[in-house]
Design a protein. Structure first.
Length: 219
């Protein structure tokens, strides 16, 4: 009970601070180019953990201030640390047992959870590369499942790399050559199409394997 209360109070406090001070923080990042990488990474972490403004905007500002590669590294650090912190808050903050009961209560969520846990590393990595899937849902679902902390952390970090590079490149390109954004977006769309196609093939294969185990005579 106390752990849940501490987590909730801490989260509300940080959210309120970010809500009232996110504009000065972004302005500070813009005017302190590459001077405070560690501090900027910490700010990026909290802004990703509690996105009072969309994280792509934060990534764009950091990319414009730090350049495409250092900027991508900073926002990747922030986003990855935020996902690990959120995962830890759910799993070790007293919400794990309560959430697991909900996932296993319904047949649909139980099947999805079992499928997810059987292929956790690949699932998390690929899902991270699909930007239309909210990051908070992946964090929470992974935390409530039996995915190990190490597997989640590594897979989550790997899956975030393409999107973080894109955010930083867009922010940098807006300042240098806005026309290049069109080519970048087209390349990223092609990349996502390939990732999604691979994911669909992979999930169908897993579904087929599960069906074979349930009905061996039909194999």
């Amino acid at each position: 009970m106390y752990r849940k209360l501490i987590v909730v109070i801490t989260a509300i406090t940080i959210i309120l601070l970010l809500y009232f001070y996110h504009e000065p923080l972004l302005h500070w990042i813009q005017n302190n180019e590459q001077d405070y990488v560690v501090l900027t990474s910490i700010i990026a972490t909290f802004m990703s953990l509690f996105p009072v403004i969309p994280y792509p905007i934060v990534g764009g500002v950091i990319g414009a201030a730090y350049g495409p590669w250092l900027g991508a590294f900073v926002i990747w650090i922030g986003s990855t640390l935020a996902s690990i912190i959120f995962f830890s808050m759910i799993r070790y903050g007293g919400f794990h047992k309560w959430g697991t009961k909900i996932l296993l209560r319904y047949t649909v969520t139980k099947k999805i959870t079992l499928l997810f846990e059987r292929n956790a590393f690949m699932s998390i990595t690929i899902l991270r590369m699909i930007p239309v899937i909210p990051s908070i849902l992946i964090n929470a679902y992974a935390a409530l499942s039996r995915v190990s902390f190490i597997s989640y952390s590594i897979a989550s970090g790997l899956g975030k790399i393409p999107a973080m590079i894109l955010f930083a490149l867009v922010g940098h390109t807006i300042v240098t050559d806005p026309l290049e954004i069109i080519y970048m977006v087209l390349i990223y769309v092609v990349f996502l199409s390939i990732v999604y196609s691979i994911y669909r093939i992979w999930t169908r294969r897993i579904d087929h394997q599960l069906m074979q185990k349930k009905h061996p005579s039909k194999a």
